[in-house]
Design a protein around this ligand. Structure first.
Ligand SMILES: [Fe+2]
Ligand SMILES: [Fe+2]
Length: 147
């Protein structure tokens, strides 16, 4: 699958899951949905860094390099929020709810930037065959990540 298609598929699923986490009014359901969300987020982020961000950074183009590092930075924020959410607070508590809300907000912002900016850079810098190979590498990389 072409890399931007593979990324978009995950993005849709991640948005769906974090919205459902926020919407749910049942602690056990929140936990179940959050576990699914966290696993996909970690796999997606690590594979995206290796296959997409590193490739952009390697182009040596200033805008691409910055986009790659910006992506790494935002993933770092999401990772630290993920650690807080995994910290053991009651999923129905105001504290956990606030963290889940911020996670949804930063995720939506991050995905929008990726789809608006990173996708066009990827399409500009890599031809269809390369993008297809990146898609395959992304799927293979996701399998290797322990989430
Ligand atoms: Fe992404
Ligand atoms: Fe990302």
């Amino acid at each position: 699958m072409e890399i931007t298609k593979a990324l978009h598929t995950d993005h849709q699923e991640l948005k769906k899951l974090i919205r459902a986490v926020n919407k749910s009014e049942d602690g056990a359901e929140r936990e179940r949905l959050f576990t699914q969300f966290a696993e996909l987020l970690v796999k997606h982020s690590r594979a995206e860094e290796k296959v997409v961000y590193d490739a952009l950074i390697k182009t040596g183009e200033e805008e691409e390099e910055e986009a790659g590092y910006e992506g790494y930075t935002e993933h770092g924020l999401a990772d630290s929020l993920l650690a807080q959410l995994k910290g053991g607070a009651d999923p129905m508590s105001p504290e956990w709810s606030a963290q889940a809300k911020v996670m949804m907000e930063i995720l939506e912002h991050h995905i929008k930037e990726e789809e608006d900016e990173v996708f066009s850079q990827v399409k500009e810098d890599f031809d269809t065959t390369e993008r297809k190979d990146m898609g395959d590498a992304f799927e293979a990389q996701k399998e290797k990540v322990k989430a």
